[in-house]
Design a protein around this ligand. Structure first.
Ligand code: ADP
Length: 334
């Protein structure tokens, strides 16, 4: 399991829920998306209409679910949560859509993983607030149109490019979330520390933020691990040394790379001489699904300048060799 995985223990999930910003003002960073979204919501409130459908893209743990909750809160509308993989067929989607109330916000996580028939049903629902319920089979099948109350769809995907064009085009607003700067993660941490009643020095916050992989979910998680460490070691005030001692235990290195990140660049350098190597081969080498490597590890490694994407495959950069403490062989790419 990676550090950004959201399917963690109930206790972790409860903590995560408690740390979630409740409105746009509490939402740290992502200024562009936040301002644009704020405008979309404000305008639809003034018109007395439901908000346009919103598509949020970006790596896991950056705030997509949180923003969906905020959209519902700002519109004072109920929120329904489901996901592409949870919807097995068009019938499941029809059941959800036909039970929505007026103005309700429907959050569909991993929307790129909807089945084809469900996706096609969604087109009509998004555009005309209507679904065609198919009754019967074969030549005797008939479509019974069913009107839906106006609703707002908030779709989330790790990469907007994974969505078919016709689906993407039906969103009135698309926001891309990017990794957070260290200073922004420090703000997230300061807020969480208050909620958790923890005393942390400035340098302590910086140390945790620096190792958080640019991801608020991870920063909150690491703060909890540091809290555990401080409790056991009877530290009332968490400083940089406590933070780094605690985090060393959890396999997050000084640059924020976790086990999977390191496994990827290690395989790239050591097994494949720095590449280029195809993504699926690389995934097999680290024993992970291609999707996980592509959607979780790769975006961060690219941003950190440790991995490069070329038409012939993935390559390790000079910084990757250096990070592993290895010497790049003569003629290695990157
Ligand atoms: P995603 O849906 O993109 O995987 P989430 O919305 O579940 O990510 O966010 C994970 C956690 O990170 C949330 O519990 C929340 O506490 C925290 N978080 C995310 N974005 C922000 C932000 N901009 N400001 C403060 N906390 C945030």
């Amino acid at each position: 399991r990676t550090l950004v995985d959201s399917t963690s223990e109930p206790e972790e999930r409860a903590m995560e829920a408690a740390m979630r910003p409740k409105n746009l003002d509490e939402f740290v960073g992502q200024h562009r998306v936040r301002n644009q979204l704020s405008l979309v919501l404000e305008a639809s409130k003034m018109r007395g209409r439901v908000a346009d459908h919103v598509l949020l893209s970006g790596p896991p743990g950056l705030g997509k679910t949180t923003l969906a909750m905020i959209v519902a809160a700002e519109m004072q509308a109920p929120l329904r949560i489901s996901s592409g993989p949870a919807i097995q067929n068009a019938g499941d989607l029809a059941a959800i859509l036909s039970s929505l109330t007026e103005g309700e916000v429907l959050f569909l996580d991993e929307i790129h993983r909807l089945s084809r028939p469900a996706e096609e049903m969604l087109y009509l629902a998004m555009e005309d607030f209507r679904v065609d319920i198919i009754v019967g089979k074969g030549a005797g099948a008939t479509a019974i149109p069913l009107d839906l109350p106006p609703f707002t769809l908030v779709g989330a995907t790790t990469r907007a490019g994974l969505l078919p064009g016709p689906l993407r085009d039906r969103f009135g607003f698309t926001g891309h979330l990017d990794f957070y700067a260290r200073e922004e993660l420090e703000l997230v941490l300061r807020r969480s520390a208050v909620l958790m009643d923890l005393r942390v020095t400035s340098a302590g916050f910086t140390e945790i933020a620096r190792r958080s992989r640019g991801t608020p979910r991870i920063t909150n998680r690491l703060l909890r691990r540091v809290r555990d460490w401080a409790l056991v070691h009877r530290k009332e005030l968490i400083d940089a040394e406590s933070a780094s001692a605690a985090l060393d235990m959890y396999e997050v290195d000084e640059r924020g790379l976790d086990r999977l990140d390191r496994a990827v660049i290690h395989a790239l350098c050591v097994k494949f001489g720095g590449g280029p190597v195809g993504l699926s081969t690389l995934a097999i080498a680290v024993g992970e699904e291609t999707e996980t490597v592509e959607e979780v590890a790769e975006p961060f490694l690219v941003r950190e300048g440790l991995l490069g994407r070329t038409p012939r495959g993935r390559i390790a950069t000079a910084a990757a060799w250096q990070h592993l403490g290895l010497r790049a062989p003569e003629g290695a790419p990157g």
